[in-house]
Structure formats: C-alpha cells, structure tokens
Design a protein around this ligand. Structure first.
Ligand SMILES: [Ca+2]
Ligand SMILES: [Ca+2]
Length: 88
C-alpha cells in the first residue's frame, strides 16, 4: 500500500478488494446504485484528484474510477470507462 495525501487511499484500498464488503457497485462513481451516464461527472472529478471528487461525493469512493483495475485512477481508465458505459 502507498500513503495517500489524507489517508483516503488506505480507506479506499481495502474496501473494494474485499468481496462482500461493497456498499455500492464497483465503478459506481456517484453512488446511486447504478452505472450510467450520471457517473461521468464523478469519473472526471476522480481523474482530477480525490480532493475534487470528495467535495462533490463525500460519502462515495473515488477508487471506483479505477475501471481497468490496475490500482491507479488515471487516464488509462478512460477507455475502459467509455466501454463500460457503452456496454451497459
Ligand atoms: Ca452511478
Ligand atoms: Ca486504473
């Protein structure tokens, strides 16, 4: 694990890697229970950084934006996110 600016990475790190402990669907960026176009804003905020994301979605998890599952939230998740939206 790596330290986060405010420890949020630690909080988010284990939550979605523990089966059965997920409160919301993995990759749900606004935590409304479904994955659709309304998650785009959250995804963009997550890419900008956790601070931006948690201002808008304080009770959600920015690591849901790790769509390709490589452990990082960055530009490499964009293609996977678009594919996810189109496919759903
Ligand atoms: Ca959603
Ligand atoms: Ca990723």
């Amino acid at each position: 694990m790596r330290p986060g600016p405010k420890g949020r990475e630690f909080l988010g790190a284990g939550r979605h890697h523990s089966p059965g402990l997920r409160g919301y669907p993995y990759r749900d960026l606004n935590c409304d229970g479904v994955i659709n176009g309304f998650d785009i804003d959250g995804f963009v905020l997550a890419l900008q950084g956790p601070d931006y994301y948690y201002l808008q979605y304080p009770d959600c998890d920015h690591t849901n934006a790790d769509i390709n599952g490589d452990g990082e939230v960055n530009g490499f998740d964009i293609d996977a996110f678009v594919a996810l939206l189109i496919g759903s």
